[in-house]
Design a protein around this ligand. Structure first.
Ligand code: SF4
Length: 472
């Protein structure tokens, strides 16, 4: 999202999203489908729960010795003839990739879906350097044509209906296009085929990298990932440092739960294992292979409050089940990573000031933690973030004063009882049959989209005291 769009308050962005009928339709259909498919996949997979625990344990053990596993990975990739680069920031990552493109004389880069390259805003940097980036994942291709950003971690164009995509293709290719997924896919395929052959540079993300063997792993559902890694002369993979896994045995654990959590598949259609550039006897593959290891705030969180978020597999399951994401979609969050995990990743990448409003965009219902294949306790970290926002005085003063007063009220029983009695009197003009449907002035925000329960005629404590008196 541009700085201008970010200047619009989160509440307003969310409000606009909730009024967008197309978005609501697209989100409901897609997220409901993902939820059902995920549930069915795990119902048919009794080992699933144990594997989720195992995956979490592997992640924790890897983070404990991240330096060791990264060193092993680097040594093995270099042994295979590849090059490894370390980028501390997005700027460094962009500079490394642009430099590789310039040195190799690349004019066009084909890309497979990668949130890491979205995170570093790579396409803009490539365009600025005179290199044309072409997204080849269908969803990414759609949003590139629409000049938008992904709104979901695994389904970038989830916010679009097939009718909207047909209109977009119709405008772009100047012809009438039927709103049929097969027709739309064929058009994209025909348009992209030539690009694979023309491109000098292939850019991908990486779902995992296996330290023991120097293998970079891509998990996709479209054949484009394989074309991107094998047809251009140069392949660059961009990966967060936390994606390293110790061994192929560990990799199997993650592969067994990743696709089930993301799309309900037993396994994604393509699991591509890349081991350096093409070797002498091989017919396919790039002349050069580069892995860019992206830090961008991750290493600092190894000892920080958001450490658990470093275990994220980017499966998107927490987005699909989140009642907030399901209402507002990904763009309203305003940053690269949407949904509950996106709030944590945004805090990691941009600092807690960036999430002063987003930290509250959660009902803390716990559905995200239940769905997460590595059992990341997202609600706990969101509460931590809220505390930090408060402690650093990032929240507006009105909000801080209101919550300070509320905290005093809730921690002083006598004051609480007094407030309950006062509330009973003050609510009289607004309470009907135990419910308050509308409050006046600025308090109306609390009742605009839901009813509040009225203060009870007698509090639990009052009833309890009366009961005790009766039984004595
Ligand atoms: S936090 Fe868990 S559920 Fe959400 S994207 Fe990451 S791995 Fe998936």
């Amino acid at each position: 999202m541009s700085d201008g769009e970010l200047a619009i308050p989160f509440r307003q962005r969310a409000g606009s999203a909730m009024k967008d009928a197309f978005l609501q339709e697209a989100l409901t259909i897609a997220t409901t489908k993902f939820i059902d498919l995920r549930r069915e996949a795990f119902e048919d997979f009794p080992e699933g729960e144990a594997l989720r625990d195992r995956a979490r344990a592997i992640k924790e053990a890897t983070l404990q010795r991240l330096d060791h596993y990264l060193e092993t990975l680097i040594a093995n990739i270099e042994r295979l003839g590849g090059h490894v680069h370390y980028a501390k920031t997005s700027e460094e990552a962009r500079a490394i990739i642009v430099d590789i493109a310039r040195r190799t004389g690349a004019r066009m880069a084909v890309k497979s879906k990668s949130m890491a390259t979205e995170e570093i805003h790579l396409n803009e940097a490539l365009e600025h350097a005179g290199i044309t980036p072409v997204e080849t994942d269908l969803g990414e291709y759609i949003i590139q044509l629409a000049h938008e950003r992904p709104s979901h971690i695994i389904a970038p164009a989830i916010h679009k209906t097939k009718g909207q995509v047909a209109d977009l293709f119709g405008r772009e290719f100047k012809r009438r296009v039927e709103a049929d997924p097969e027709v739309l896919t064929k058009i994209a395929r025909d348009e992209l085929r030539e690009k694979f052959l023309q491109a000098d540079l292939g850019i991908t993300g990486a779902n995992f990298a296996v330290a023991d063997t120097g293998t970079v792993v891509l998990v996709t559902n479209e054949g484009n990932g394989r074309m991107v890694t094998s047809l251009p002369r140069v392949h660059v993979a961009v990966m967060g440092v936390e994606k390293v896994v110790p061994s192929l045995t560990d990799l199997m654990v993650f592969l067994a739960i990743l696709a089930k959590s993301a799309t309900g598949q037993k396994l994604s259609v393509y699991t591509t294992l890349v081991r350096g550039p093409r070797r002498a006897a091989e017919l396919e593959g790039p002349d050069e292979f580069h892995l860019v290891l992206l830090d961008n705030g991750r290493i600092a969180q190894l000892g920080g409050p958001l450490r658990e978020a470093l275990s994220c597999l980017r499966c998107g399951a927490c987005l699909n089940v989140c009642p907030v994401y399901r209402q507002i979609g990904g763009h309203a969050y305003g940053y690269t990573y949407p949904g509950p995990i996106g709030i944590l990743l945004t805090a990691m990448l941009e600092g807690s000031r960036a999430v002063k409003d987003l930290a509250h965009a959660s009902s803390l219902c716990g559905a995200c933690a239940d769905a997460c294949p590595v059992r990341i306790d997202i609600p706990r970290m969101l509460i931590e973030l809220r505390r930090e926002v408060d402690e650093k005085k990032i929240a507006p003063w009105v909000e801080r004063v209101a919550f300070t007063l509320l905290a005093r009220l809730l921690t002083r029983p006598a004051l609480y009882r007094l407030a309950a009695s006062a509330g009973r009197v003050l609510q009289r003009p607004f309470a009907r049959e135990g419910t308050i449907s509308r409050l006046p002035f600025f308090l109306n925000d609390w009742t605009r989209t839901r009813d509040l329960p009225a203060v009870a005629a007698r509090t639990f404590q009052e009833r309890w005291a009366a009961e005790q008196g009766r039984t004595r």
